[in-house]
Design a protein around this ligand. Structure first.
Ligand code: CO
Length: 209
C-alpha cells in the first residue's frame, strides 16, 4: 500500500493545473534548465525558495541547509555552487537567511543539541567575529536578529572566497553575490545591501592572484 497518498494526490492536481495553464510546460522543462539564480537558503519549512520570489520550476537553482551556511569543506554546497557557476552559468548567487532561524537560536544558547552542534559551531564562530557589536545590544531579540543578519553577510563572504567564484570572476564571467533576509511574520524579503561583483571587493587575505 502506498503511504502518504495525499501527497501523490496533490502532485497529480498540481501537474494537471500546470498543464492546463501551459500544455507544453513539462515538455519544455524536460529539455533544459536555464536558471539565472542560485538560492542558498535555510531548510526551514516556512522559507520555501521558489514561492517567496514567485518563480516557477526551472528558474531557481537551490541549495538549502540549516541556517544557510556555506562551509569551506562542505562538498555538497560547493558542488552546487560549482555546477551553478561553471555549467549553468547563473548570474546571481543569493544567500538568503531569515529572522527567527532555529539554527541561529540554537547556536546562541549554551545547551547541547547533539550532532548538530558541530554544524552550529560555524554560527558560533560568526558570533565570535562580531562579539563586540552583538554584545553591545541588550535586547535579546535584537541580538538574535543581528546574528541572523551577520550570518548572511558572513556566508556571502564565504561564497566569494571559494575558488569557484574567484575563478569565475577571473575568467570575466558576470556574477553577483547577494545577501538577503526574510521575515516569516510578514513574508517580506529585505536586501542587506551587499552585492559583491568582483574580486576587488573581497578581503585581501582571501583574494587569489
Ligand atoms: Co533557519
Amino acid at each position: 500500500m502506498r503511504a502518504l497518498r495525499n501527497l501523490f494526490k496533490k502532485n497529480r492536481e498540481w501537474a494537471n493545473k500546470a498543464i492546463e495553464a501551459d500544455p507544453d510546460f513539462f515538455t519544455r522543462l524536460s529539455q533544459e534548465q536555464n536558471p539565472e539564480y542560485l538560492w542558498i537558503g535555510c531548510s526551514d519549512s516556512r522559507v520555501p525558495a521558489n514561492e517567496i520570489v514567485d518563480l516557477s520550476p526551472g528558474k531557481l537553482f537551490v541549495h538549502r541547509n540549516i541556517a544557510n551556511l556555506v562551509i569551506h569543506t562542505d562538498l555538497n554546497c560547493l558542488s552546487v555552487i560549482q555546477y551553478a557557476v561553471d555549467v549553468l552559468n547563473i548570474k546571481h548567487i543569493i544567500v538568503c537567511g531569515h529572522y527567527g532561524c532555529g539554527g541561529i537560536k540554537a547556536a546562541m544558547d549554551k545547551r547541547e543539541h547533539g550532532l548538530i552542534d558541530n554544524w552550529l559551531r560555524n554560527i558560533k564562530d560568526v558570533y565570535r567575529y562580531h562579539q563586540v557589536q552583538i554584545d553591545s545590544l541588550t535586547d535579546k531579540k535584537e541580538k538574535y536578529d543581528l546574528l541572523c543578519e551577520l550570518n548572511v553577510l558572513e556566508q556571502v563572504s564565504n561564497v566569494c572566497h571559494t575558488t569557484i567564484v574567484q575563478n569565475a570572476w577571473k575568467s570575466g564571467k558576470k556574477l553577483a553575490v547577494h545577501g538577503w533576509i526574510y521575515r516569516i511574520e510578514d513574508g517580506i524579503l529585505k536586501d542587506l545591501n551587499v552585492c559583491i561583483t568582483n574580486r576587488d571587493e573581497i578581503s585581501r587575505i582571501h583574494r587569489m592572484k
